[in-house]
Design a protein around this ligand. Structure first.
Ligand SMILES: Cc1ncc(COP(=O)(O)O)c(C=O)c1O
Length: 411
């Protein structure tokens, strides 16, 4: 088997299970189309997880379940060994996914008509959770600064101090820009939330996917009193390609806040695991360290190849340099400020399916998002399509006189 090796074991990141014609959301595409949009990897999950699921299926009886200490211990050990931050096991509450937990917490904290602060451009489903529950999404837009984005803390404080603001949803690390917030930035944000009595909900689903630079900081690891208003949401689903497992954990250090979160999750009936959720999560956290290490090596190599190819060959696109996630945030403003039309045209011309940045709001209408978590040959195919499609787009939409001499750009 070819692939990345970790702890003496070789894992296969060269082949993708064929999900065409299955219930896969990602692969519900036309003949010859190539999906690189939704945050779902094309790699098979860790064999250790599949083995644990098989053992569970062999049991053959699937009655009601609830998490036991072995589940909570597996979560705690993972964060202690992988992120140098050990949550107490009694801080944890099970949920059937990160988004169900976010929606439940939005409903439980504050009231209809309240503001929920976000930092656009950000994961589009935050807006659904907020607006479908009658709240108002109030964005403190991230400020683009060359190759990166920063938080405008004055603007953030102004929005947190609004009397109608009761909750902030932070993406830590940040989808779609791939930024890993530093401990300082996280503490600053938490301090402002504490000062203005705003609950800080930190979505950490991409936390295990830091590819370069310092590790991410789990919000539950901030010291008292900053952790009094913090809820961290973690899950193995992005790390191990287990979205359909529907398993996540809310980690809430403060007992009163934890009781509110637990009550909300129970009332909304999103607190009970399905037949594979506990065994799958325990196997991921207890036995998945080597696989994750090998995955990170593959993702780093894919990211480098994608950057090189785009910088060298695709005029008009420039990459914003994130340190985390397998999602690449690409600036198309040299070509258009209508990313919807751009992605539609790329799909029509080449079959490559990308995310338009507009769904993330903020300045997203000038960006596209590309998922590079796939075997190298599939990535090469996608990049080739992106190059061909962009070239055709340029020749149709950009006047010859407006084309600048092309200089390859590296960050
Ligand atoms: C930031 C973020 N949160 C949550 C999710 C989805 O979480 P879940 O599938 O556990 O509901 C995603 C998926 O892309 C995501 O990017």
């Amino acid at each position: 088997m070819s692939g990345e090796t970790a702890n003496g074991q070789t894992y296969d990141f060269r082949h993708a299970p064929d999900r065409r014609g299955t219930a896969s959301v990602k692969w519900d595409v036309g003949e010859g189309e190539l999906p690189m949009w939704i945050a779902d990897m094309d790699f098979a999950t860790a064999p250790e997880i599949v083995e644990a699921m098989r053992r569970k299926l062999d049991l053959g009886a699937f009655g009601y379940e609830e998490p036991r200490d072995d589940y909570r211990q597996a979560v705690a050990d993972w964060y202690a060994t992988q992120h140098d931050a050990r949550p107490q096991t009694d801080w944890m509450v099970f949920a059937t996914g990160v988004v169900p937990a976010i929606s439940s917490i939005v409903r439980r904290i504050g009231h209809v008509g309240d503001n929920v602060v976000v930092e656009a451009p950000v994961y589009n489903i935050f807006y659904n959770s907020i607006e479908n529950n009658g709240r108002h999404a109030l964005s403190s837009d991230l400020k683009r600064d060359g190759d990166s984005y920063n938080i405008d803390f004055d603007d953030l404080e102004a929005k947190l101090s609004n009397p109608l603001t009761t909750l902030m949803i932070l993406c830590n690390p940040h989808n779609p820009i791939g930024k890993v917030w530093t401990r300082n930035e996280l503490e600053h944000t938490a301090r402002l939330c504490l000062k203005h009595h705003v609950i800080l909900l930190s979505d950490e689903i991409h936390g295990d996917l830091v590819l370069s630079g310092p590790d991410y900081t789990p919000a539950f690891s901030l010291k008292a009193p900053l952790n009094r208003q913090i809820i961290s949401l973690v899950s193995p689903s992005k790390t191990f390609n287990l979205a359909a497992l529907h398993a996540a954990t809310a980690i809430v250090p403060d007992p009163d806040l934890r009781a509110q979160v637990a009550r909300g999750l129970n009332t909304d009936e999103v607190a009970e695991p399905n037949l594979l959720a506990l065994d799958g999560t325990i196997a991921a956290y207890n036995e998945g360290r080597g696989w994750r290490k090998a995955l990170i090596a593959q993702l780093r190599s894919n990211r480098e190849n994608a950057r090189d190819f785009i910088d060298r060959n695709i005029e008009g696109l420039s990459i914003v340099g994130g340190q985390a996630t397998y999602l690449m945030w690409i600036d198309v403003s040299a070509l258009t400020d209508d990313a919807d039309a751009f992605t539609d045209e790329i799909r029509r011309r080449t079959g490559l399916v990308l995310s338009s940045g507009s769904v993330y709001r903020g300045d997203g209408n000038r960006f596209i998002r590309l998922n590079f978590a796939c075997p190298p040959n599939m990535l090469a195919d996608g990049l080739h399509r992106l190059g061909t499609g962009t070239k055709a787009y340029r020749s149709t939409h950009i006047k010859q006189s407006d084309r600048s001499p092309y200089k390859p750009r590296r960050f």
